[in-house]
Design a protein around this ligand. Structure first.
Ligand code: GFB
Length: 310
């Protein structure tokens, strides 16, 4: 067991959906959180990142910063997703090593696993096949970061752990009709259809792909668990086991939002991978399981949207 007492923690990406949830969870722990907004520290900037880490000397880094987005954003800007995420991973991981930071949690994504790997996806499936083309750039950057952690551990005896969360959602998500992940995109589209009395709302793809969803505060609890109880320098998956088709997800949101029109799908838009559910035997063996049922998490996210965005 690793004590977090009085540790100085740097949450890279503190204003994002994941960073904010981690900070909410860490507030219940006796830790000191080192603040660094994007305006004060640009993680794509190498010397700025190295200098900041040397000056502030965190005991632990949680690397939750990244350029993120849904299938539309990923597919239309593979260069940006690869370049920016690779730069941030390199700067933070090498900067951590140079600054003498012993413990680091690096967050990846379930899209790092091959498109056709057996489901549920185990950590061992990494690099056993081709990637899903719609998010290849993002996945390659995340794989490079994971491998950097692995090699730095091997060469320098560090404790840099890669965690691979499944599709996340919750408060402070990014709501955009073209760029966001499916849950915020559907909330926005179905809510607007209701407000504008549109009889039909059109969503992307066939509606048939399955996605596993994890409420972001459940992820944050899992990360606290990993920080305290996990000391093997190996990748660990974090999922909920809650899988739905995009069609069923749309029906759940239609009911939560109170939209009475019809849902239709535009199959000229991409489906992406047909299924990606994580095998979570490792994290479950540490005593962590996701707590938030999908309906409850979606209702809370919609309420947050109503209070802050709509
Ligand atoms: O969350 P999402 O964009 O990303 O979900 P991925 C995409 C799925 O939802 C596809 C369907 O099957 C889409 O066809 N969908 C239906 C929609 N309507 C919409 C819509 O209006 N917006 C969006 N976004 N999707 C992402 C990766 O993959 O998963 C990222 O691109 C990252 O790199 C993330 O790994 C976790 O699950 O397909």
């Amino acid at each position: 067991m690793f004590s977090l007492d009085n540790k100085k923690i740097f949450v890279a990406g503190e204003t994002g959906i994941v960073g904010r949830a981690i900070i909410r969870a860490l507030k219940a722990q006796n830790v000191k959180i080192l603040p660094a907004t994007h305006a004060a520290l640009d993680l794509t900037h190498q010397t700025q990142t190295y200098d900041w880490l040397k000056t502030h000397q965190p005991d632990i880094i949680i690397m939750a910063a990244g350029k993120v987005g849904g299938i539309g954003a990923n597919a239309s800007d593979q260069a940006g997703f690869l370049h920016e995420n690779l730069a941030m991973a390199q700067n933070v991981i090498h900067g951590a090593y140079q600054a003498g930071v012993g413990r680091l949690l690096y967050l990846g994504s379930s899209c790092i696993y091959p498109k056709n790997a057996p489901q549920p996806l185990t950590e061992e499936a990494l690099l056993t096949g081709v990637l899903e083309p719609t998010n290849e750039g993002y996945a390659l950057a995340k794989i490079a970061g994971l491998k950097l952690c692995e090699y730095y551990n091997q060469q320098y005896g560090l404790d840099y752990i890669s965690v691979m969360p499944t599709n996340l959602y919750g408060p402070y998500d990014h709501f955009d009709p073209h760029k966001s992940h499916v849950i915020p995109a559907l909330i926005l589209k179905i809510h607007q259809a209701k407000i504008n009395n549109n009889p039909v709302v059109t969503l992307w793809g066939t509606g048939k792909p399955l996605r596993e969803f994890l409420y972001v505060d459940d992820l944050a609890q899992a990360l606290v668990h990993v920080l305290k109880d996990y000391n093997a320098p190996l990748t660990i998956n974090i999922g909920s086991g809650i899988e739905v088709t995009i069609h069923d997800l749309a029906l759940m949101l239609k009911q939560i939002i109170g939209y009475e029109g019809a849902i239709e799908f535009d199959s000229s838009k991409p489906d992406g991978t047909m299924r990606k559910v994580l095998d979570c035997s490792k994290i479950n063996a540490l005593g962590w399981n996701a707590k938030t049922p999908l309906g409850e998490g979606l209702s809370q996210t919609y309420q947050w949207f109503l209070d802050n965005i709509a």
